[in-house]
Design a protein around this ligand. Structure first.
Ligand code: SF4
Length: 185
């Protein structure tokens, strides 16, 4: 850039421009680029609700940069509601919970739990509840092999394969009959 081109007014005069074009931009402005420039983009689905809006997740070197609506999604055509537009905070917000929080029965305070310990507790309780409530046959001797004491509600972002496995494990394996999904609501 020449000496006189450093000042927007001089650029405007030299080019006989009206000051609304690039001649009015500073060097700093010209260097600005979207924060997503050169980022990798991965398609995903908003995890918040059953609408299942398509999202474009911009990331670089393992860092999440931005999440936008996917223009090619037939569900949302590039738009996101305020919740979906803020979904990058699920990963980046400084106050997001990163530990399992547990409040024992009767307790007034939450405590941190190790994830493996929490999963063991859930498995123990599911198994104990099933054993206690399992009904093999009805009063006429017809086979039931089920429990109505445990239910499962899946999330909108579970895919077909995950729902297949959930159905196999919970219904076929444990005998749960109340298995549904938020995407059906
Ligand atoms: S962007 Fe909004 S409407 Fe779409 S799935 Fe997410 S929460 Fe639901």
């Amino acid at each position: 850039m020449g000496f006189f081109d450093r000042w927007p007014l001089l650029r405007q005069l030299r080019r006989r421009a009206d000051g609304n074009g690039l001649e009015a931009a500073s060097a700093r402005t010209r260097e600005l680029a979207p924060r997503t420039k050169g980022a990798e983009v991965t398609r995903s689905i908003c995890p918040y609700c059953a609408v299942g809006c398509g999202q474009l997740v911009h990331h670089r070197d393992g860092e999440l940069l931005a999440i936008e609506g996917d223009p090619e999604s037939p569900i949302n055509a590039g738009t996101l509601c305020p919740k979906g537009a803020a979904s990058h905070q699920l990963l980046t917000h400084e106050r997001r919970l990163t530990r399992v929080r547990y409040r024992p029965p009767g307790a007034t305070r939450w405590q941190d739990l190790d994830l493996d310990r929490a999963l063991d507790m859930i498995a123990d309780r599911v198994w104990e509840t099933r054993a206690r409530t399992f009904v093999a046959t009805d009063e006429d001797g017809r086979r039931l092999n089920h429990t109505t004491a445990i239910a499962h509600l899946g999330g909108a972002t579970l895919d077909n394969e995950e729902n297949y496995l959930i159905r196999k494990l919970f219904t076929g394996g444990l005998g749960m009959v109340a298995v549904s999904n938020q995407a059906r609501i």
